[in-house]
Design a protein around this ligand. Structure first.
Ligand SMILES: [Fe+2]
Ligand SMILES: [Fe+2]
Length: 321
């Protein structure tokens, strides 16, 4: 992994960023139960709606769950879609992604994986927080576990990723750091990341980390971790409205980073037929159970397809792992 320290904007400007997340692209079209559009249609709607902001932005950031099943073909197509944008794109892996095909098929000259990049006096640091979905091999490399989707529901850092992050944070001359990862370290959804976790210690040790951007929860959420604001981006495929407990359409988040370390951010849901359809679709019972804590992702994953159908009266709509 290269540390790219190219500075692309003068430090007096504010820096525009467009964040997309949880694209969940599939290799082949197919019915997705309660969602009637394809993940790629959601992404296209987001990129069309955000076109002016993408044009003006220093970066587009894609914070994981890029391919729903981690298929090579999905990364290959996504690489082409993102390479056509007029702005460099920085991507990182989510718990649905598979690192080997992701690294082999996604990158393009303007589509990057997990480097850090300095823009003005801000450093963007992209962390892979999927440690709980990985297994260390004898040679020290990490292999994706088959149950990574649920195993890595909370953020975690492998020792190698933590070392990489600390080295970059120690070396950077940027005044401010924006930390990007997939699973947000919010107390309600990531209890294991609180206290003295590697991630908490990392953020505590580097006060120049001003804010954290994440995805994974498919909704317009925000909170705090170690005194730093955490912003969650909706999904470009299918989002949730956490306050109304309803389904929500494709969305994205935009940011303005100020030279003094302040961050302004907004969420946008893309209007149109996909959003209209999702808003009038009843929330599947399993999602309500997940959002209210009546069931965990791990417990859902442990159900056989037959048990899932018996419990919820419908077929399992999502990949098990
Ligand atoms: Fe996701
Ligand atoms: Fe995720």
């Amino acid at each position: 992994m290269q540390h790219d320290s190219t500075s692309t904007r003068p430090s007096t400007d504010t820096i525009g960023i467009v964040q997309i997340s949880d694209l969940h692209l599939r290799d082949a079209p197919g019915a997705r139960s309660f969602v009637s559009h394809e993940p790629e249609d959601g992404l296209a709607a987001v990129l069309a709606d955000a076109a002016d902001q993408v044009e003006d932005a220093a970066l587009v950031v894609a914070t994981g769950d890029l391919a729903d099943l981690g298929e090579a073909g999905a990364y290959e197509r996504l690489g082409g879609i993102l390479a056509a944008l007029p702005t460099p794109v920085y991507c990182l892996a989510g718990n649905h992604d598979r690192q080997d095909p992701l690294q082999a098929f996604l990158p393009r000259p303007t589509v990057h994986l997990e480097p850090a990049v300095q823009v003005g006096n801000w450093l963007m640091l992209f962390l892979d927080a999927n440690a709980h979905g990985r297994e260390a091999e004898a040679d020290g490399t990490y292999r994706d576990r088959d149950d990574r989707v649920h195993a890595a529901a909370q953020p975690g850092l492998t020792p190698a990723e933590e070392r990489r992050a600390r080295a970059i944070l120690t070396a950077t001359r940027a005044e401010h750091v924006f930390l990007w990862l997939h699973q947000p370290p919010l107390p309600e959804t990531a209890p294991d990341a609180q206290g003295d976790s590697e991630l908490a210690l990392l953020v505590r040790d580097f006060p120049k980390i001003r804010a954290i951007g994440a995805g994974h929860l498919h909704g317009d959420l925000s909170g705090e971790f170690e005194g730093r604001p955490v912003y969650v981006c909706p999904s470009s495929f299918m989002s949730l409205n956490p306050r109304e407990r309803t389904l929500e359409g494709p969305g994205y988040r935009t940011y303005r980073l100020h030279p003094d370390g302040r961050v302004d951010t907004e969420v946008r849901t893309v209007p149109g037929p996909m959003t209209d359809a999702l808003r009038t679709t009843p929330m599947p019972a399993f999602l309500t159970d997940l959002m209210t804590g009546r069931v965990t992702g791990k417990e859902l994953s442990a159900l056989s397809d037959a048990d899932f159908e018996a419990r919820y009266g419908e077929r399992r709509p999502m990949a098990r792992s």
